[in-house]
Design a protein around this ligand. Structure first.
Ligand code: NAD
Length: 438
């Protein structure tokens, strides 16, 4: 009998490892690549190149823990493709980090940057550990040793990390400071752009922290216009109340939408009157999770997915919506703040039920877009106003949304395959011009 799992969905295509069911995220991304390649008639050799990452870097490095014990950590950096520009993508600190997942996430960064017309390629990295289980001092030492271990495999014109699940501006500040101290005094100031998503005071940009949530909300606003959907008074549920989920919620609250159910790694809460997104964001900032937040009734994961609402925003991890969750969902729109939150079976069932899906490659691309603005400001020693960043992001998101919708309509594809197709067309054009060396 299949039961709904506490952590993630399972798929028929997954392989059995004893009792554990493993989800092959990279295979899923390769399948989407194949689908889009057929639609655009992708040059086979380009498809073959893009089906695998260019480099897979694995490092092992020692860290002295507070107890005095020395622990060896395993860190990854996947560099998927850099034909459009430097490798670009987040660093994830989470107990579920795996090479396979990072390969998938790195490839998605390549599509995302091409879709957004940003001169970057794709990358992703991380360390498999639970950052909540170490002290702040240990977290700093782990980050610094990881940066040091990556060494010249990264660089502000070569591979530029950013925050992802379990990492934030503070970690980016430690990352940048460590890198700066390895390049020597003369170059120190020139390498600020080694990471994006830094705190504003350390060379970050205004508007980066909310950028992914903001981009998601721009997409929802455009979708609402197309579908005669009123955001004011609409209800939604959100899974994951970290950077993406909390900022999207605060911005949707400004538009008059109401969050009636929320979940994170600690559990799920329901409030038919709607949560105060600002207060919940402050609570999570202070306590580390939604647990114990007054003003919500504790519900199960199954009850969360069964909650009837207008929209569902998955903003946590991949593989959260399989057939079971899709069967429970009673919403009009899914806005993928997270990368890969729906597995293929989940997606198929949601589409069959008439649920619209704003796909990750488009819907959460606001983060890397504003990361690019941060990098440009670092290169030029400039500080843009929040208004300027916001205006540029809004224009970029609206343009990408329109392009994806138009492509999907013309070719008769889902928005996801359209987003992949557009990205692949642009990457293929560059390969056609440049061909290969020698
Ligand atoms: P975060 O660490 O700030 O927040 C992650 C959230 O997910 C937290 O609320 C956490 O409690 C929750 N979570 C973790 N495990 C969970 C589980 N098993 N069940 C339910 N909830 C769980 O991370 P983030 O930066 O907000 O990233 C969230 C998603 O958005 C990821 O898929 C990430 O790749 C994607 N994303 C992030 C950015 C960005 O700018 N931060 C950009 C694009 C895409």
């Amino acid at each position: 009998m299949s039961t709904i799992g506490p952590q993630s969905a399972t798929t028929e295509k997954s392989h059995q490892h004893g009792d554990e069911v493993r989800y092959e995220f990279f295979k899923v991304i390769q399948d989407y690549l194949d689908q889009a390649a057929k639609v655009i008639n992708l040059e086979p050799w380009v498809g073959q190149l893009l089906a695998q990452p260019k480099n897979e870097i694995i490092v092992h490095f020692p860290v002295r823990m507070d107890s005095g014990e020395i622990r060896v950590f395993k860190g990854y950096r996947i560099q998927h493709n850099n034909v459009m520009g430097p490798f670009k993508g987040g660093i994830r600190f989470h107990e579920s980090v795996s090479l396979d997942d990072l390969k998938a996430l790195a490839a998605m960064m390549t599509w995302k940057c091409a879709l957004m017309r940003i001169p970057y390629g794709g990358g992703k990295g991380g360390i498999k550990f639970n950052p909540r289980e170490v002290s702040r001092a240990e977290l700093q030492r782990i980050t610094r040793r990881f940066t040091h271990a990556l060494g010249s495999n990264i660089g502000p014109e070569y591979d530029i990390p950013a925050p992802d699940v379990g990492t934030n501006g503070q970690i980016m500040a430690w990352f940048m400071d460590t890198y700066m101290n390895t390049v020597g005094h003369v170059e120190k100031q020139a390498v600020k752009g080694i990471v994006t998503g830094k705190p504003v005071t350390s060379g970050g940009t205004l508007g980066r922290e909310k950028a992914t949530g903001q981009g998601l909300v721009h997409c929802i606003v455009e979708w609402a216009k197309d579908n005669k959907f009123d955001i004011e008074g609409a209800t939604y549920t959100v899974q994951g109340f970290g950077n993406v989920g909390s900022h999207a919620s605060v911005l949707l609250a400004k538009l008059g939408a109401s969050c009636i159910a929320v979940g994170d790694h600690s559990g799920y809460l329901y409030n038919p009157e709607g949560f105060n997104a600002h207060k919940l964001q402050d609570w999570v900032a202070a306590k580390g999770s939604i647990a114990g937040y007054p003003g919500g009734k504790s519900i199960t994961r199954e009850e969360f997915f069964s909650t009837k609402a207008d929209m569902f925003l998955p903003c946590a991890l991949e593989n959260q919506v399989g057939e079971i969750e899709a069967g429970l969902l009673d919403v009009k729109l899914i806005g993928e703040g997270a990368n890969g939150p729906l597995n293929p079976e989940g997606e198929r069932l949601c589409l069959a039920k008439g649920i619209s899906i704003l796909p990750d490659v488009l819907a959460n691309s606001g983060g890397v877009t504003v990361s690019y603005y941060e990098w440009v400001q670092n290169k030029r020693s400039e500080s843009w106003t929040l208004e300027e960043v916001d205006q540029r992001l809004e224009a970029a998101m609206k343009r990408a949304y329109r392009e994806v919708v138009t492509f999907a309509r013309e070719k008769g594809t889902s928005l996801r395959v359209a987003a992949y197709g557009l990205a692949l067309q642009r990457i293929e054009a560059v390969y056609r011009e440049r061909e290969i060396f020698p």
